[in-house]
Design a protein around this ligand. Structure first.
Ligand code: GDP
Length: 460
């Protein structure tokens, strides 16, 4: 067991709710709970079994503070791998704070952020990608993102890393056997065979890294900027996009929208609508400083939703602006189509090139379905599509390590082609293995040696 101290924290969000949970983990979890919780049916704490619920009261100085349910999970079959107790109390901040205080007085230490999950990792319950998945599940913005995160939690990415790592290990083992035991008649892979296997691993990693962009989109959302000249209907569009989102969440009374007003889920595709204050500033800058600066700001977006007031004839300004959209990742929205059309659509097309167009009326919401379809097409064309069962690299850490592994594998292959000594090639392969192992937070050496010795006969 990694930790000797017992930690406690309020596990439910800050604020009031029907239920609030205090989580306690560590060797003293039960002893500590015994000091603050009085079960209705007497309980032999030292013998308390896992996955049991006990009704009772939180008691401070002989005074009942709240009633609640105590859940017991015994090591190692708990979230952290340690003894865990969860107290389900009433979800008032004062009740929870005071109950937590009691736990601290009874000997617990206040848990740090993520410490329960950290313990789960350190105790070998989960690996690093699974630990990361916990957070991804909590912050999931789309069905796909959630599905990918759940898959990662159940070890899908870990298994991919393991399989890829095992393929590398096989090569290392083969090369090392030749180095260390040249007199043995081992079934050694020829350089051509190693080359073929190496190529397969490289292709696998390249594909995985290429899909990392998709992982980012489904997890974090497509960074989207709504652009257009003043009065084109940008705010109206934003409101429409957010209204779709709002329709989903307003059924839940008390849900605050403050933190998600800039996220919208359109046809299941998560958009992060870039800070609208910034967008408004940018549109002012169109007036004040011309188009060049806006151009630069838009360059950082994954996608531009370009709004054109199609009820007005094109002006020199709109023409210049439309021309800047050429070759951008943009969808052109011909807005205000509820009014008579005055913009010359043939000219718009000529100015904007291959950018997809969608006719909308932001004020009424007409065309939002078509916009959703255009988004889906965009995602497909940029190879960003993914299903809830996809295995993806979902953060920079994982992607960086995969890139490092790939670089090492390429270096190994180059060495192979140049006819370098085996041990120089294995050095690169080991580096690749290390980088892959670091994705799941694993120590590589034991496994490599293991692999090597399993290739020998017993007794050697
Ligand atoms: P922004 O300056 O680009 O943010 O544009 P707004 O969203 O504030 O819209 C400017 C004006 O155009 C407002 O009076 C809107 O009501 C109006 N407007 C926006 N979209 C439409 C539309 O689809 N049809 C019509 N008829 N008016 C619209």
């Amino acid at each position: 067991m990694y930790n000797e101290d017992t930690i406690a924290a309020i596990a439910t969000p800050f604020g009031t709710g029907g239920i609030g949970i205090i989580r306690i983990s560590g060797p003293e979890a039960l002893a500590l709970a015994a000091r603050v919780f009085r079960p209705y049916t007497p309980l032999d704490w030292s013998q308390a079994r896992g996955f049991r619920a006990h009704y009772g009261h939180i008691v401070a100085d002989g005074q009942t503070m709240d009633e609640g349910i105590l859940l017991v999970m015994r090591a190692p079959r708990s979230y952290t791998g340690e003894d865990v107790v969860e107290l389900q109390l009433h979800g008032g901040m004062l009740v929870l704070q005071r109950s937590l205080q009691l736990c601290l007085q009874a000997g617990a230490r206040l848990a740090e952020r993520g410490e329960f999950t950290e313990r789960a990792f350190l105790n070998g319950r989960i690996d690093l990608t699974q630990a990361e998945a916990v957070d991804d599940i909590i912050t999931a913005k789309s069905e796909v993102g959630l599905g990918v995160a759940v898959g990662q939690l159940t070890g899908k990415l870990s298994r991919w890393v393991e399989a890829t790592g095992a393929a590398v290990t096989e090569l290392v083992a083969s090369l090392e056997a030749v180095i260390d035991y040249p007199e043995e008649d081992l079934a050694e892979l020829t350089p051509a065979e190693i080359d073929t296997k190496l190529t397969a691993i490289i292709i696998e990693l390249e594909a995985m890294i290429a899909r990392a962009a998709a992982g980012k989109v489904w997890k974090e959302g497509l960074k989207t900027v709504i652009a257009g000249l003043p009065n084109a209907g940008k705010s109206s569009l934003l409101n429409q996009l957010l209204a779709e989102e709002r329709a989903i969440v307003t059924d839940i009374p008390g849900t605050t929208r403050d933190t998600i007003t800039e996220s919208a889920l359109i046809h299941g595709i998560p958009l992060v609508l870039v800070d609208t204050a910034g967008i408004r500033e940018a549109s002012d800058q169109i007036e004040q400083m011309g188009i060049a600066r806006t151009h630069r700001e838009l360059a950082q977006a994954d996608l531009i939703l370009a709004v054109l007031d199609a009820s007005q004839p094109l002006t020199a300004e709109t023409r210049a602006w439309l021309a800047t959209l050429q070759n951008k990742a943009a969808i052109l929205l011909l807005n205000k189509t509820d009014l008579p059309l005055r913009a010359d659509l043939a000219e718009v097309k000529a100015l904007t090139g291959a950018i997809p167009q969608v006719a909308i009326a932001a004020r009424t919401g007409t065309g939002m379905d078509e916009l959703g379809n255009a988004l889906a097409t965009y995602v497909e064309q940029h190879r960003l599509q993914a299903g809830a069962d996809s295995v993806l690299l979902t953060n920079v850490r994982q992607e960086d390590l995969a890139r490092r592994a790939l670089a090492s594998l390429r270096s190994a292959q180059q060495g192979l082609h140049e006819g370098l000594m085996e041990d120089l090639i294995t050095e690169d392969l080991r580096a690749a293995w290390d980088a892959l192992g670091a994705i799941v937070g694993r120590n590589p050496e034991a496994s490599i040696t293991d692999e090597i010795f399993r290739r020998f006969c017993v007794g050697k």
